[in-house]
Write a protein that binds this ligand. Sequence first.
Ligand code: CMP
Length: 149
Amino acid sequence: MERTLIIFKPDAMNRMLVGQILARFEAKGLRLAAMKLQQSPRAQVEKHYAVHAERPFYGELCDFMTSAPVVVAILEGPSAIRVVRSMLGATNGADAAPGTIRGDFGLDKQYNLVHASDGEETAKQEIELFFKPEEIVDWQRAGDKWICS
Ligand code: CMP
């Protein structure tokens, strides 16, 4: 069982796509372990994207990510990090394969709807950056026994 952090970005919020996209993750069998709506403090966004600090789009990316509230969530399931990234598709929606979230809903490299952790170490760091331990819930769904044999 693996946990990954996702952020429904301001474009998903303003385009009212959160419910549709979340439904795909649920239908896949991934389980919510935490979820909240927040207006992200700029310092948190800058830390989250610190790896891109030298890229020309860093300032614009931080402006974008603080331009509206976002929904932040933790999804869990077998290989959740890899599964969620593959469901999102390529970074640029114009390049993302049909059937992926960005391939079906997006056309842009910045406005790409959802962020998801890209590895085990980043997932751990990102979960710690956005959630307090007491905000994360351990639970079982009635349907879980029909999702993983
Ligand atoms: P994300 O997966 O959240 O990781 C970094 C984000 O930077 C990425 O999604 C995009 O929103 C944004 N991004 C990546 N490449 C570019 C680019 N060339 N120009 C502008 N924004 C970008």
